[in-house]
Design a protein around this ligand. Structure first.
Ligand SMILES: Cc1cc2nc3c(=O)[nH]c(=O)nc-3n(C[C@H](O)[C@H](O)[C@H](O)COP(=O)(O)O)c2cc1C
Length: 337
């Protein structure tokens, strides 16, 4: 039945092959990584213009901040950002469950537990990368969250802590524990984490070696459980190579620095339309007008990379620095593309 439907679709050219691959349940995923201070709601709205099919993440929000801080602001997003996942930092099951419930009420599509952040502040709080050593505690959190909310609960982690002598076994045990607890997915940043005074999260992103191969081998042990790979992925060729082994990829810095490139990659993979840069800028001008025309830079600071790699990159950045909607609209009317 399914095969004959497929045949009919292609014969009648109702959809092209890439689009059909997207709507099949086994579609490979491209997610944009949670990044503190970067993936706020304005960046996410901007990033959504690149493709309807990217999974987007909030910045990491601690349970303390969400419960006792500006709850409404943290949960605020534009429906067009969906599919959007809320990333939580925390390790107390009751608080995590409460926050998961808030996420469900606010219409997020999922909740992600941060079990990979190597910052000292986070380590002191007893969550982030230090949770890698406590998979049972994460499992307890997942179960508590699933009891009160029906959203998928995923986990973002690294391969293991730096001192781990058997990282393959440790990661297999970690993933198995998450799967058994009912997690929907594990995202693996393909590096170990070194928790040491003075060794910053940035050092942890740049000075620790990548080991994609180990992550691939772990995936082989879990053919029916969704595993994404993350770390220094930036080209279509790299994405396709990872797709041969994994259920998808998560991309961080390249998406922020060169967002349109991610749009081009998604377009190649899924075959869905890609707006011209100028059209994206037009969309963003309307968004700025509605959202916050008095504080344009809050939004445009995330848009600096739109023309990266083109002859207009420099002038475009200069225009955004002018910090007024009028300048952006003037630029829009001048550019010959
Ligand atoms: C500025 C910045 C902030 C980050 N904040 C978070 C965060 O809030 N939560 C998280 O899980 N990872 C965070 N990360 C790590 C990224 O999600 C990602 O794992 C890392 O950058 C590696 O992916 P990439 O090489 O594609 O950038 C952050 C990374 C950067 C550069």
């Amino acid at each position: 039945m399914r095969n004959s439907l497929l045949f009919l679709f292609f014969k009648k050219r109702l959809v092209n092959l890439k689009t059909f691959l997207y709507i099949l349940p086994m579609r490979k995923e491209i997610a944009i990584a949670p990044m503190l201070d970067w993936t706020d709601k304005h960046f996410r709205y901007f990033m959504r213009q690149m493709s309807p099919h990217l999974t987007l993440y909030t910045e990491m929000i601690s349970t303390e901040a969400l419960i006792h801080g500006e709850t409404k602001r943290f949960l605020d997003f534009n429906p067009k950002e969906s599919p959007l996942i809320l990333q939580l930092g925390g390790s107390e099951p009751q608080k995590m469950a409460y926050c998961a419930k808030l996420a469900e009420k606010a219409s997020f599509q999922g909740v992600n537990i941060n079990a990979g952040c190597p910052s000292e502040r986070v380590e002191k709080g007893g969550w982030g990368a230090s949770l890698m050593e406590k998979p049972d505690l994460i499992a307890e959190n997942i179960r508590a969250m699933k009891e009160v909310c029906s959203l998928p609960i995923s986990v973002k982690t690294r391969i293991a802590l730096a001192e781990e002598e058997h990282p393959f076994d440790a990661l297999c045990h970690f993933v198995k524990t998450m799967q058994k607890a009912g997690a929907s997915q594990v995202i693996i940043h393909a590096r170990k984490a070194l928790l040491k005074k003075g060794f910053s999260p940035a050092d942890n992103r740049t000075k620790m070696a990548l080991d994609y191969d180990l992550v691939y081998r772990v995936k082989e042990q879990f053919p029916d459980f969704s595993l994404l790979i993350n770390g220094d992925i930036s080209t279509l060729q790299e994405v396709e190579a990872h797709f041969n082994h994994m259920d998808g990829v998560m991309i961080g810095r390249e998406a922020y620095k060169n967002p349109y490139h991610i749009g081009q990659i998604a377009h190649e993979i899924y075959g869905t339309p890609l707006l011209e840069r100028k059209e994206i800028l037009q969309q963003m001008a309307s968004y700025i007008e509605k959202e916050n025309p008095a504080r344009v830079l809050y939004i445009t600071r995330h848009m600096m990379g739109l023309y990266k790699g083109t002859e207009f990159a420099k002038i475009y950045k200069k225009v955004l620095m002018q910090n007024t909607l009028k300048d952006i609209l003037y630029f829009l009317n001048q550019v010959p593309f």
